[in-house]
Design a protein around this ligand. Sequence first.
Ligand SMILES: [Zn+2]
Length: 300
Amino acid sequence: MEYVAAVDVGGTTMKGGLVAREGTIISFDRRPTPRAEGPDRVIAAISAFVADLCRPRSGTRPVAVGLAVPGLVTDTHAVFSAAFGWRDVPLSAFTDVALPVALGHDVRAAAEAELVHGAGGRDVLFLPIGTGIAGACVLSGSLYGGAGGWAGQIGHIPVRPDGRACGCGQRGCLAAYASAKAIADRCGETSAEAVVRRVAQGDDRAVEVWDEAVEALALALATYTMVLDPAAVVIGGGLSLAGESLLVPLRARLAARLAFRPAPEVRASALGVRAGVMGAGLLGWRALAQSRGDVDEPLA
Ligand SMILES: [Zn+2]
C-alpha cells in the first residue's frame, strides 16, 4: 500500500503522519514547535520531523511528502509568517529527502481535507481556531486565495476599534479576543480548555473572557456573512473541541447580529484537529501525481 508523509506546522504543535490515498491516517505523531527559539530552529525541527517520517519501516517508505505551513505561502516558498518570523524560505530548506514534495498553506490544506474527506459544501468558511485564527474561503466550490494570497485572514478583522494589541501589529483584531491562545492568556491559563472548565463552574473572569470571545466571533462572522453569504461556517482547530459550549452561544449571537437574513449554519469540523495532517497528505498526493506527469485533479 502506498502512503505519503504529511506534516502540518502549527504555532504551538507540529502534527505529522503517514496518510493513505483515501485519507486514512496510518500513523500520527505530534511534536512541539520551537517557535520561541527562532525561525532557523523551527525550520530544522520541520526537517527532522519529515526525515523521521520518511525512514523505511517494514521495508516500505512514503512515496511523497506534503508540508503545510502558516502565513503567506506559494508552491515554492514560505513567503512570510508573523508567528515564526521567517521570510522567503525556499521549499528546499524544509527537507532534502529524495521524494516529490509539495508545500502549501496550512488552513487551505485543512479546508481541502474538509471538502474531500469531511462534510464539504460549495460556499463554506472553514475557520480553524488555535494559536491564531485563520480562514479558508470556499466560494462556489473553489478555495479563494485573493489577489495576493491573503484572503481569509478572518483573525485580523477588527472587532474593537483601538482594542487589544494583536501580534500582527494592528489593534482590536478578532484573534486578540477569540483565539485559543488569547482566551487562555486573558484568564492566566495555559489552555482554552481550562477556561471552558472555569466557565462551567461559573468563574466570573472566565465567563467574561468567554463571553467577549463569542461576541467577537459573532461580529466577525456577521461581517463575513454580509459580504460572501456562506451556507456554513465550519469551526476547526483546538477551540472546536469546546463543542456545544462554543457553538450554542455563537449561533445565537450570530443570528442576533443578522436582522434581515438567516444565519449560516455553524458547526464543528468533522475531522477535528487531524484535518491539517489530512490536508498535508493531499499535498503529498498532488506532488506524486505531478512528478508522474498525471493530470492534477481540480478541487471539488
Ligand atoms: Zn491582528
